[in-house]
Design a protein around this ligand. Structure first.
Ligand code: DGI
Ligand code: FE
Ligand code: FE
Length: 192
């Protein structure tokens, strides 16, 4: 589907703030793609669709995952908002007709990350955190600058901040978030 058409379709599925965020991620991902020499269109499609399942109510997320036979981990069971990544990848394929497996994978891992994630995955994860409408995270100016200099260092910084934030507010930590943190903390060779 043409990007413009997708934008129109998504606008109806997301609230105003989420749609603005989505465009922010799309253009930030495009800028990062220019710096790191990956396909800009891929980055834009992944950015545009990364939160396509975000505005579905949590009980409906669980219901849809069951209906589509998407595995629900214990962490997702108790924090169904986490499912918007997995369900988003599924809907991107089924409802938005995205066939590019790399785009779908970047959507799938955009909330927790994953050990061994590739450049497109990292770009979407990072763009999600630094896009211009974001304003709550600590050291955002530094993270934004770092993103255009070193992706792995930026991943570690964001994961560190996220784990700290979740510990403070008592949010349940998905084991995948910790594994991703360990992967970037201890070096990329650790997992491959
Ligand atoms: O969907 P967005 O809000 O744009 O961004 P996102 O999909 O990265 O979700 C961000 C939220 O996810 C943020 O508040 C931190 C939270 N998060 C990331 N990893 C985990 C997590 N929340 C829990 N409970 N457990 C995790 O492991
Ligand atoms: Fe998200
Ligand atoms: Fe997002």
């Amino acid at each position: 589907m043409k990007r413009r058409k997708l934008e129109k379709k998504l606008k109806k599925k997301l609230d105003r703030e989420r749609y603005d965020h989505t465009l922010g991620v799309m253009y930030t991902a495009a800028s990062l793609a220019m710096v790191y020499n990956i396909d800009m269109e891929q980055a834009m499609y992944a950015g545009l669709l990364h939160d396509c399942a975000k505005c579905i109510p949590d009980d409906k997320k669980l219901e849809l995952c069951q209906k589509y036979h998407l595995a629900i981990s214990p962490a997702e069971e108790s924090n169904p908002f986490l499912l918007h990544a997995k369900l988003g990848a599924y809907l991107a394929r089924k409802k938005y007709h995205v066939k590019d497996g790399e785009v779908l994978h970047a959507i799938q891992v955009h909330t927790t990350g994953e050990p061994g994630m590739n450049t497109l995955d990292k770009i979407i994860y990072i763009a999600d955190y630094i896009e211009p409408n974001r304003d709550k995270a600590p050291d955002l100016a530094d993270v934004r600058k770092m993103a255009f200099e070193n992706l792995d260092q930026t991943m570690l910084k964001i994961l560190t901040n996220t784990l700290k934030y979740l510990e403070q507010k008592g949010g349940e930590i998905d084991p995948l978030t910790v594994e991703t943190y360990q992967y970037f903390k201890h070096g990329i060779s650790y997992c491959k």
